[in-house]
Design a protein around this ligand. Structure first.
Ligand code: PLA
Length: 422
C-alpha cells in the first residue's frame, strides 16, 4: 500500500489547503425544515424554542419514547432467538401485512382478495421515493400533481424519482381554508391518468383537510378522470386521535375497488422518527397484478438500499399484533393528539388576551401537528432574532413542540411580530 503524504505546515501545524477536484462545489443551503434545527442548535439562548421540524415533545419539552415502544423493545431484547440476518428485499412479512391492515382497515376487501402489494421502506420519505421510481418505470403517465403548498420535500422526492411535478390549488390564504373550487378545476383539467398526491390527513403545512363530503367529490372526480391517487399518510392518528378516522380518506378510495398508492410513516404516530420505519402499499385490481407489481418493487429497492432495517419494523409488528400493546398504543397516541389540540387552545387564548390584531381562529381550526400561522418571512425572521423562536420561513409552527410553559413566550413573539413588523 502506498504511504499517504500529508503536508503539515511547520508554522500552523495544520494540513495545507491543496487544490481539490471538488473546488467547484458550491455550498448548498441548509434544508428549509431540518436546517431550522441546525440553526436552533447553534443558538446559546436559554429561552430558545424549536417549532421547526414536526417532532413531538412532552410538556417538559423533551422527546417522547412511547411506553408501548419501550415494552416492545424489551420483549425483542429478551428474545434470544432473534438474530440480525438480512430481511427480505420487501421487508418483514408480518410488518407489511399489519401495516396494510392498519391503513386500509381489518375488513378491507382489497386485503382479503390479496390485491395489495406492500413493501417495508425507509419511513414515509423512502416509501414515497420507491413509489415514485416504480411509477417512473411502469406507469404510462409520468406527471404527478401535488398540492400547493405541500411538504417541501415532495417535489424533490418525486422529481428525483423520475416524475414530472405539477401543482394543483389547495390552500386559500384569504380564508385560511381549502380552495376547493381551485382544487376541482385543476384536477379536472389534469391529463387523464395523471398521478395525484393526496395527504391522507393533517395536511402539511396548512393543517387544512377536506371534509368527508369534499373527499367524496374529490374521489368521484379522480375516478371519473382515471387519475391515479397516491396517498401520503404520515400522520395517521395524529389528526383526530383515532387511527380509523384518520384513514377515512384512503379507505374511501379503496372501497370503490379502484387502484391507489399509500405511503405510511411510523415516525410521528409511534414516535419512531430515527428508526426510519414505513411502508408502501399499492392496491391493485387483482391478486395477480399485485404479485407482479411486488416483483418489480423488489427491482426498485435492491439497487437502492438492498433491504430495509429490521429493528423499527420489529417494534411496530410487536405492537400491532398484540391486542394489549395495540390498545395501549392507541391511548398514548390519543394523548399526543390531545396535547397538541390543547396547545392550539392555549395559544389562541394567549393571543386573544394580548389583543393581538387579526383573526387567529385558524389556530384552533387547523388539524394535526402544524399551524400555518399566516406570518410572513420577515415576521418569522424577527421572531427568531428577537425571541429565539425557530420555525420554517413559510410561517408554519409545529404545535407538538410547544408546551404550557412556552406558550406565553410564543404569544409575546407573535404579538410583537404582528404589531411591529408589516
Ligand atoms: N410526508 C409528510 C407530509 C411529512 O410531513 C413528512 C415529515 C414525511 C412525509 C416524511 O417523514 P418520514 O420520512 O420521517 O416518515 N415531515 C416532517 C419532517 C415532520 C421532515 O421534514 O422530514 C416536517 O417537519 O415537515
Amino acid at each position: 500500500m502506498e504511504k499517504q503524504s500529508i503536508a503539515v505546515s511547520p508554522t500552523s501545524g495544520r494540513s495545507e489547503a491543496r487544490n481539490s477536484v471538488f473546488d467547484h462545489v458550491v455550498r448548498a443551503p441548509e434544508d428549509p425544515i431540518l436546517g431550522v434545527t441546525v440553526a436552533y442548535n447553534k443558538d446559546p439562548s436559554p429561552v430558545k424554542l424549536n417549532l421547526g421540524v414536526g417532532a413531538y415533545r412532552t410538556e417538559e419539552g423533551k422527546p417522547l419514547v412511547l411506553n408501548v415502544v419501550r415494552k416492545a423493545e424489551q420483549t425483542l431484547v429478551n428474545d434470544s432467538s432473534r438474530v440480525k440476518e438480512y430481511l427480505p428485499i420487501v421487508g418483514l412479512a408480518d410488518f407489511n401485512k399489519l401495516s396494510a391492515k392498519l391503513i386500509l382497515g381489518a375488513d378491507s376487501p382489497a386485503i382479503q382478495e390479496n390485491r395489495v402489494a406492500t413493501v417495508q421502506s425507509l419511513s414515509g420519505t423512502g416509501s414515497l421515493r420507491v413509489g415514485a421510481e416504480f411509477l417512473a418505470r411502469h406507469y404510462h403517465e409520468r406527471t404527478i400533481y401535488i398540492p400547493q403548498p405541500t411538504w417541501g420535500n415532495h417535489p424533490k422526492v418525486f422529481g428525483l424519482g423520475g416524475l414530472s411535478v405539477k401543482t394543483y390549488r389547495y390552500y386559500d390564504p384569504a380564508t385560511r381554508g381549502l380552495n376547493f373550487q381551485g382544487l376541482l378545476e385543476d384536477l379536472g383539467s389534469a391529463p387523464s391518468g395523471s398521478v395525484v398526491l393526496l395527504h391522507a390527513c393533517a395536511h402539511n403545512p396548512t393543517g387544512v383537510d377536506p371534509t368527508p363530503e369534499q373527499w367524496e367529490q374529490i374521489r368521484q372526480l379522480i375516478r371519473s378522470k382515471a387519475l391515479l391517487p397516491f396517498f401520503d399518510s404520515a400522520y395517521q392518528g395524529f389528526a383526530s386521535g383515532s387511527l380509523d378516522t384518520d384513514a377515512l380518506s384512503v379507505r374511501m378510495f379503496v372501497a370503490d375497488g379502484g387502484e391507489c398508492f399509500v405511503a405510511q410513516s411510523y415516525a410521528k404516530n409511534m414516535g419512531l422518527y430515527g428508526e426510519r420505519v414505513g411502508a408502501l402499499s399499492i392496491v391493485c385490481s387483482s391478486a395477480d397484478v399485485a404479485s407482479r407489481v411486488e416483483s418489480q418493487l423488489k427491482l426498485v429497492i435492491r439497487p437502492m438500499y438492498s433491504n430495509p432495517p429490521i429493528h423499527g419494523a420489529s417494534i411496530v409488528a410487536t405492537i400491532l399484533k398484540d391486542r394489549t400493546l395495540f390498545q395501549e398504543w392507541t391511548i398514548e397516541l390519543k394523548a399526543m393528539a390531545d396535547r397538541i389540540i390543547s396547545m392550539r387552545h392555549q395559544l389562541f387564548e394567549a393571543l386573544r388576551s394580548r389583543g393581538t390584531p387579526g383573526d387567529w381562529s385558524h389556530i384552533i381550526k387547523q388539524i394535526g401537528m402544524f399551524t400555518f400561522t399566516g406570518l410572513n418571512s420577515e415576521q418569522v425572521a424577527f421572531m427568531t432574532k428577537e425571541y429565539h423562536i425557530y420555525m420554517t420561513s413559510d410561517g408554519r409552527i409545529s404545535m407538538a413542540g410547544l408546551s404550557s410553559k412556552t406558550v406565553p413566550h410564543l404569544a409575546d413573539a407573535i404579538h410583537a411580530a404582528a404589531t411591529q413588523v408589516a
